[in-house]
Design a binder for this molecule. Structure first.
Ligand code: TNX
Length: 533
């Protein structure tokens, strides 16, 4: 072999090696840049965090050609699918049609919503969301489960999806499979419309907030010392007098029964149950001011627009009191499809213990007569409450434990953790602080099943975060108190405790910054959250 040949061979080998390395480098770069553009489903900042996420390769993209397919052509399925189509429309500018699934529709690019009898969907709100490069498949055993899953799909889309104006971006969804269901069946928030009145539209916005985080109960505090907010046809002065003012002596307001039905229907569309509360026997100055005969001395007090509590009481020993309550419960029960009626029962400091228990026992029978289940603040346990009554723990562990012994179910609303009217810190411009300052970490970092050692997960129906409104005047104020604590309460109610960790959650919450901005929320930019600006 001469030198020339050797050189030629070496030259070939060298070139082959260079070519192999070059190709490897090219493939690595191509692959990693593809990964760079692609989203990884398990890294998405979902709230509440789903039980299980499996990553697939690639993205699904919603285009103007995407069709929303439904497995059965029936009314509720159409309504859930239309909800999705209407939700996607403003930001994408697409009018995605809803069609029944059939062979000819099976080409790719579509979103399929289907009902399945599969055993993994035993809970009505359970869902599976599978996203491949070709399509999106959302499955549940009920339309309610599909609705919850749609909220997950919503968070998998870019934050611009929350915009009400057309955004020219690619509507990519990372692919993978999510299997999910809630820990507690009751996940809610309360809105006090008595201290300050909130319009039907404002209540609808509140419902939108709950629905986005898979909450399913809206508790409306409809009466208190400062205002009676729901029309009762047999007792019209409750609203004409009792509803006329609010805290600060500004103009009040009330819901006609038609307004209330509109709220209930809107909530139903979002798979949210409305729970009406008429607070009694205390917190009743507005009713007492409207009808002299409800007072033991037949003298109506003045309307009250301050923020003290615990000074008023219905006259427990007058029969007219129970006729009044019967009318109120009967009219409200008739327009409330949900199973619950909340009788309040808190802070009745102007009622003797004996009178209080007698009163609660009688009212309990009236609520049952109208086929509703009772919820009351934890004090109601001092009466002879029946098995299955829901005691809402807000203040007294002793009451909650006693209620459990009477076979009541416990709804967790600990004021030190879950009261959205508490200030974040001493500088918060809105809110009170009698229970605690509740920063975002303190709101998140607790477990309903271990907070009171004697009360275990099986004793608990769920969690509710109340928003009392002595200092909250309009929806901007509501947003400030609710965001960003509400998503955390939603996660406490939905996600298993084993998946919850403040250090990890605060990053996911921080990732909501752009979304909150696009949603135009007046949220509190807590310094404890690493906002992704
Ligand atoms: C206590 S919590 C109350 C309400 C007040 C609230 C203010 C409860 C059952 N009663 O009447 O609005 O504190 O934080």
């Amino acid at each position: 072999m001469d030198n020339k040949n050797l050189n030629k061979k070496q030259f070939l080998i060298r070139n082959t090696i260079i070519a192999i390395f070059g190709l490897a480098l090219f493939l690595t770069l191509a692959f990693s840049s593809r990964n760079f553009n692609e989203k990884d489903m398990s890294k998405e900042s979902l709230i509440p965090i789903p039980i299980q996420i499996e990553n697939y390769e690639g993205n699904f993209t919603i285009t103007p050609e995407t069709v929303i397919l439904i497995s059965e052509d029936e009314e509720e399925m159409r309504s859930v699918a239309s909800y999705l189509s209407e939700f996607l429309s403003p930001a994408t500018g697409f009018e995605l049609p809803v069609k029944q699934n059939s062979e000819e529709n099976k080409n790719s690019g579509n979103i399929l919503l289907s009902l399945s009898e599969n055993s993994q969907f035993q809970k009505p709100e359970a869902y599976t969301l599978e996203v491949t490069v070709e399509n999106v498949h959302l499955q549940a055993s009920t339309p309610e489960g599909l609705f919850r899953g749609i909220q997950t799909l919503r968070q998998l889309l870019p934050p611009e999806i929350e915009s009400d104006k057309v955004q020219n971006i690619e509507w990519n969804v990372s692919s993978g499979k999510i299997e999910d269901h809630p820990q507690y069946s009751y996940r809610g928030a309360m809105l006090d419309v008595s201290r300050h009145f909130f319009s039907v539209n404002e209540v609808k916005q509140y419902i939108d907030f709950l629905a986005a985080y898979k909450m399913n109960k809206l508790h409306l505090h409809l009466s208190d010392d400062q205002g009676w907010r729901i029309e009762i046809k047999k007792w019209p002065k409750l609203t004409s007098i009792g509803g006329s003012r609010e805290v600060g002596d500004t103009e009040g307001g009330f819901y006609t029964q038609e307004d209330y039905k509109e709220i209930v229907a809107y909530a139903q569309k979002h798979y949210i149950t409305v729970i009406p509360e008429i607070d009694m026997p205390g917190h009743t100055n507005a009713a007492l001011a409207s009808y002299p005969q409800l007072n033991c001395d037949d003298n109506a007090p003045e309307l009250y627009t301050g923020i003290e509590v615990g000074f008023s009481s219905l006259c427990v020993n007058k029969e007219i009191t129970y006729e009044f309550i019967d009318d109120v419960i009967s009219e409200i029960a008739a327009i409330t499809p949900g199973p619950y009626f909340h009788i309040g029962g808190d802070e009745s400091h102007a009622t003797s213990k004996e009178d209080y228990n007698y009163f609660i026992n009688r009212v309990q029978k009236i609520v049952k007569k109208y086929d509703k289940e009772i919820i009351g603040w934890d004090e109601i346990q001092t009466a002879d409450i029946e098995e299955g009554v829901v005691a809402q723990f807000w203040h007294s562990e002793e009451n909650a434990i006693a209620a459990k012994k009477k076979k009541a179910k416990i709804l967790m609303s600990p004021s030190k953790r879950a009261y959205m009217d508490m200030q974040y810190d001493s500088l918060s411009p809105l809110g009170l602080h009698w229970a605690a300052y509740i920063e975002v970490d303190s709101a998140y970092n607790w477990n309903p099943a271990t907070l009171v050692p004697e009360i275990a997960k099986e004793d608990i129906v769920g969690i509710e975060a109340p928003l009392w409104t002595e200092t909250i005047k309009d929806i901007e104020d509501v947003e400030y108190m609710v965001f960003p604590r509400l998503p955390g309460y939603a996660e406490i109610g939905w996600s298993p405790d084993s998946l919850r960790d403040w250090g990890e959650y605060k990053v996911r919450l921080g990732e909501q910054y752009k979304r909150f901005k696009i949603m135009n929320l007046n949220f509190y930019e807590s310094p404890r959250v690493p906002w992704e600006k």
